[in-house]
Design a protein around this ligand. Structure first.
Ligand code: FMN
Length: 225
């Protein structure tokens, strides 16, 4: 491929520090929301956030993702019904005791009202391989990492734009491929309801690890312990 000059905004250290702090303050307000209002959201925000996610870095720039934006109430209902069928099986038969205990603080159960209440669902698919114009398979590299990064950018963009999200992983998720008519190389990755929090929405009191726990610094003459 040909090369071109990089467009890069050079900032002063002061400006960088200020922007980093403001970003942290902004993302600290993101919370996973499980009760959504049925109020509509601007379609342009959803599409712009997906466009932002699609700028993510990816292994060999293969961009192994597909974002399916669902706002049709009938399709949302079908997704809810299928997800609840699977989740009911999980909570009543499939989940081991240990997993149920880990979920307890979040008060979740098999009922997924939010799949109909939220005005939009973004279903993210990972493309385990690509398909060339002649129909032959093209191997994709680092699919999990690439799609994970794109999803992080999507959640951040939606939050930044003033919308609430839920990172949802009904299990198993295969029904999403059939229901949305996606081809065999597209694997359901995340189901993200997007909208405004319901009036009086509550979230569990949880903390984040301290900076010292998550970040080790290795400087000259020192080793991480
Ligand atoms: C990969 C992944 C899968 C998740 N799946 C679910 C889910 O199926 N249902 C749910 O209620 N929350 C789910 N969550 C949300 C987490 O429970 C939530 O992010 C975590 O408790 C931290 O809360 P916070 O997002 O408000 O910081 C998931 C999060 C991630 C990253």
């Amino acid at each position: 491929v040909p090369f071109e000059p990089l467009k890069f905004t050079r900032r002063t250290h002061e400006e960088s520090i200020e922007r980093a702090r403001q970003f942290l303050e902004g993302v600290r307000e993101r919370r996973t929301v499980r009760e959504f209002s049925t109020e509509s959201v601007p379609a342009e925000v959803l599409e712009t956030a997906i466009a932002a996610a699609a700028t993510a870095p990816s292994g060999a720039n293969q961009q192994p993702w597909r974002f399916v934006l669902v706002t049709d109430p009938a399709v949302k209902r079908r997704i809810r019904e299928a997800a609840e069928r699977e989740e009911r099986e999980n909570y009543e038969h499939r989940f081991p005791e240990e997993w149920l205990r880990a979920l307890e603080p979040f008060g979740t159960d098999w009922r997924k009202e939010f799949l109909e209440a939220a005005p939009a669902l973004i279903v993210v698919f990972a493309l385990d391989h690509g398909v060339d114009a002649d129909g032959s398979k093209r191997k994709h590299y680092y699919v999990q990492e690439s799609v994970g990064i794109a999803c992080g950018m999507l959640l951040t963009a939606l939050h930044w734009s003033g919308l609430a999200t839920l990172t949802h992983t009904p299990s198993p998720m295969g029904f999403l491929r059939t229901l949305l008519g996606r081809p065999a190389n597209e694997r359901p990755f995340l189901l993200i309801p997007v909208g405004y929090p319901a009036e009086g929405c509550q979230v569990p009191v949880i903390g984040k690890k301290s900076f010292g726990e998550v970040c080790l610094k290795v400087t000259e003459e020192e080793k991480a312990t």
